[in-house]
Ligand binder design. Structure first.
Ligand SMILES: [Zn+2]
Length: 81
């Protein structure tokens, strides 16, 4: 359980999603046309002041990236709808 940085209340676990596909929002870093997925966002919200905290719960991808692992994906061309 996260604690609010503003008022120290106990925050509620929530979701931060793209409402069009209900998937958690991904955190990525980019270099040119390449990207790397660092993790899905987790979310907590303070019921007292409304503060929202976004964070990555699983730090394994970030730790591998920070350690210099070279693993990048090319961006896919956007699909036409
Ligand atoms: Zn708060």
């Amino acid at each position: 359980m996260r604690e609010c940085v503003r008022c120290q209340a106990e925050m509620l676990d929530a979701k931060f999603v793209d409402v069009m596909n209900s998937a958690p929002t991904a955190v990525v870093v980019t270099v040119g046309a390449m990207y790397r997925h660092l993790g899905a966002t987790s979310c907590a919200v303070c019921p007292k002041c409304g503060e929202i905290s976004l964070y990555i719960e699983d730090l394994s991808r970030i730790n591998r990236y920070a350690a210099g692992e070279q693993k990048w994906w090319k961006k896919e061309p956007p699909e036409k709808k």
